[in-house]
Design a protein around this ligand. Structure first.
Ligand code: GDP
Ligand code: MG
Length: 226
């Protein structure tokens, strides 16, 4: 198996739809009862690059997520449920701290999932063309502006210059894993954003996935134990 060139992780409270989003993107379908205690990551070939996309495998619920989960990640997709304000607040309270181990130039996306449940959702954009039961629509609890505000607070927490990082409008998405709405836009938008970072890293020789075997001869030159 070829070594992944970069790592993307999904973070967020249980039940917001992380596994469903990844499943929708990779398997092109939605299952109401997708097992959350599934595989740890998917590999996606994107142009000449291999991208690993990590799911929590249900550990956010049962055992918590260790610092390894985000280690060296190039992108973090912070996911909440638009019908649940608490799930947005949890991102800042419980999950942002886990991203300290991510790559220095890691990019952040903030994603409000389950938009299909809300009365704002226009079913004309459904991929599967399924007609929603109009009576069951609910009022959203989280607006896109709330996500923009969170994104800006994240940039502050990371001490990143707002004028240098991608704008909130570009990095905040509303999706539906159920209908497929905006799911490709999200993942492919993130991939296209991080690719220039690996290209830059490779060019400057800072590539973290550098083949260790190649650097071995140097080791024998070291004389620390002479
Ligand atoms: N209506 C709707 N339900 C969703 C959506 N995404 C996930 N769900 C449902 O929400 C529940 C939790 O989804 P899951 O992917 O397991 O969330 P996770 O715990 O964050 O991985 C499941 O019952 C899903 O079927 C969505 O976009 N719309
Ligand atoms: Mg899950």
């Amino acid at each position: 198996m070829k070594k992944p060139d970069l790592k993307v992780v999904l973070l967020g409270d249980m039940n917001v739809g992380k596994t469903s989003l990844l499943h929708r993107y990779m398997e092109r379908r939605f299952q109401d009862t997708v097992s959350t205690v599934g595989g740890a990551f998917y590999l996606k070939q994107w142009g000449p690059y291999n991208i690993s996309i990590w799911d929590t495998a249900g550990r956010e619920q049962f055992h918590g997520l260790g610092s390894m989960y985000c280690r060296a990640a190039s992108a973090v997709i912070l996911t909440y449920d638009v019908s649940n304000m608490q799930s947005l607040l949890e991102l800042e309270d419980r999950f942002l701290g886990l991203t300290d181990t991510a790559s220095d130039d890691c990019i952040f996306a903030v994603v409000g999932n389950k938009i299909d449940l809300t009365e704002d959702y226009n079913s004309d954009s459904d991929i599967e063309g399924e007609r929603p039961r109009t009576s069951s629509k609910i009022r959203r609890q989280v607006n896109l502006e709330d996500a923009f505000a969170l994104y800006k607070r994240i940039m502050k927490y990371k001490m990143l210059d707002e004028n240098v990082v991608p704008a909130a409008e570009k990095m905040c998405f509303e999706t539906s894993a159920k209908t497929g709405y905006n799911v490709d836009v999200l993942f492919e938008g993130v991939f296209n954003m991080v690719i220039p970072l690996i290209v830059k890293k490779k060019a400057s020789g800072l590539d973290e996935t550098v083949n260790l075997a190649q650097s071995k001869p140097n080791k024998s030159k070291s004389r620390c134990c002479k």
